[in-house]
Design a protein around this ligand. Structure first.
Ligand SMILES: Cc1cc2nc3c(=O)[nH]c(=O)nc-3n(C[C@H](O)[C@H](O)[C@H](O)COP(=O)(O)OP(=O)(O)OC[C@H]3O[C@@H](n4cnc5c(N)ncnc54)[C@H](O)[C@@H]3O)c2cc1C
Length: 387
């Protein structure tokens, strides 16, 4: 078992750390306050070659792998969880094509995302189908050489400013196995951003409702070339990124702990620095234990994915990493805020923002409850066995 990072991993970590400190850190509070998409982050990530970390070299990515993406996200999320999501999105919006698409689709759809020429989004959730993905109602009807897509997707991260999206739809609304994925250019007739969400945190990446009203795409835009990828398409995509959502939480928690620790060194209370109080020291020790445990799970999960272990038989371990790390992020964000007392509650410090941002992580890409469902199923069917 080797826990050392390779030279390539270290290089990506250092690059992301530099961009995080120079570009993300000074802007994070403003991005949150204005709720504006930080195009400057995007351009900095593009210049540093961080947008195609998990994407194929042939189309302009660096194919450095999931652990590399995890390391980069951890660095930027120390300052802004939206920056972590921006890096994650280039994988979330393309992995369905990476796993199931044709060479032409990889080149035309993934290529521009990997090179930072286009922004993309992943459209799975619907107003009446979130956790219950199999029940989604978006319909794709074959019409000659085209498919005509009709339906509505909600809470889509980066959807309001996407140039292209991958959208899941059924060719037979009564049959979950008819689920397919389609590549849609958002300039097409019938595509509309119906509303943009007003949300609690991660305000740098807009989410919203996307409506597809008889959007006509060529049959060549069905991912993989044939109907009926079924549930394995969204599940493989989500599985391939579960620990990476956890990486957003690990970075956020590290940033929160660091900020609170510096504060506790300076703040005077009961005749000395706050950090001299044992009750406060114990809080920091608890936070560090929690972060280290989560980080180990997240790195292990990322390593598993890099070694091809993200099929249904491995999903529970990826769910363990996602659930533990995202819940850890919430615990640490709360405790770090508490260390600042009243000041922690104020917008003069980043901790109330970390606290709001952390809350998203237990919901997206499979809620904590759904992760537990996956883990408990693995226990009951003995895939996860402690005998
Ligand atoms: C900020 C944000 C960004 C998002 N980005 C995207 C995106 O880019 N693309 C995309 O497709 N989706 C996105 N989502 C949607 C997200 O994946 C869903 O919100 C999530 O899967 C939960 O679905 P739901 O909101 O419909 O809740 P529901 O499925 O209605 O669940 C409601 C509650 O019931 C629980 N629950 C549901 N079923 C079960 C069960 N069987 N057992 C136990 N508990 C259960 C859930 O855990 C939850 O607590 C985003 C959501 C948010 C908030």
């Amino acid at each position: 078992m080797d826990f050392d990072l390779s030279e390539e991993h270290q290089l990506i970590q250092q690059t992301a750390r530099r961009v995080a400190r120079e570009v993300v850190a000074p802007r994070a509070a403003e991005v949150d306050a204005k709720g504006e998409y930080p195009e400057d982050y995007f351009q900095a990530f593009k210049a540093a070659d961080l947008l195609g970390i998990t994407l194929p070299v042939e189309v302009g990515g660096s194919n450095a792998g999931t652990l590399a993406l995890t390391l980069a996200i951890e660095e930027v999320a120390k300052y802004d969880c939206s920056a972590g999501l921006m890096l994650l999105l280039s994988s979330l919006s393309t992995h369905t094509v990476k796993f199931f698409g044709t060479d032409d689709q990889k080149s035309s759809y993934i290529g521009p995302v990997a090179r930072g020429e286009k922004k993309a989004a992943f459209c799975l959730t619907e107003p009446d189908a979130g956790s219950d993905v199999a029940n989604l109602q978006t319909r794709a009807r074959r019409d000659g050489d085209d498919y005509v897509i009709t339906g509505q997707k909600c809470y889509i991260s980066g959807g309001p400013n996407a140039d292209q999206v991958v959208v899941f739809a059924k060719t037979d609304p009564t049959d979950p196995s008819s689920l397919s994925a389609f590549l849609v250019d958002t300039s097409l007739d019938g595509f509309e951003v119906t509303s943009i969400d007003r949300k609690m945190g991660v305000r740098g990446i807009p989410t919203g409702v996307l409506t597809f009203d008889e959007v006509r795409v060529p049959a060549a835009n069905i991912v993989g070339g044939n109907e009926g990828l079924g549930m394995r398409a969204p599940l493989a995509t989500l599985n391939s990124l579960r620990p990476v959502v956890g990486a957003r939480a690990v970075g956020l928690a590290e940033g929160a702990l660091h900020y609170a620790l510096e504060f506790a060194r300076e703040r005077k209370s009961f005749g000395g620095p706050l950090i001299n109080l044992q009750a406060i020291q114990m809080k920091f020790a608890e936070m560090a234990i929690d972060i280290e445990a989560a980080r180990t799970l997240v790195y292990q999960g990322s390593w598993m994915i890099d070694n091809g272990r993200f099929g249904p038989e491995h999903g529970h371990m990826l769910s363990v990493a996602k659930a533990y790390a995202t819940e850890m992020g919430n615990r640490v964000a709360s405790e770090a805020l508490q260390v600042l007392g009243g000041q922690g509650y104020m917008m003069d410090h980043p901790l109330e923002r970390h606290y709001r941002d952390a809350r998203q992580l237990m919901i997206v890409e499979g809620t904590s409850e759904i992760q537990r469902l996956i883990i408990s199923r693995a226990l009951t069917n003995r895939t996860l066995n402690y005998a």
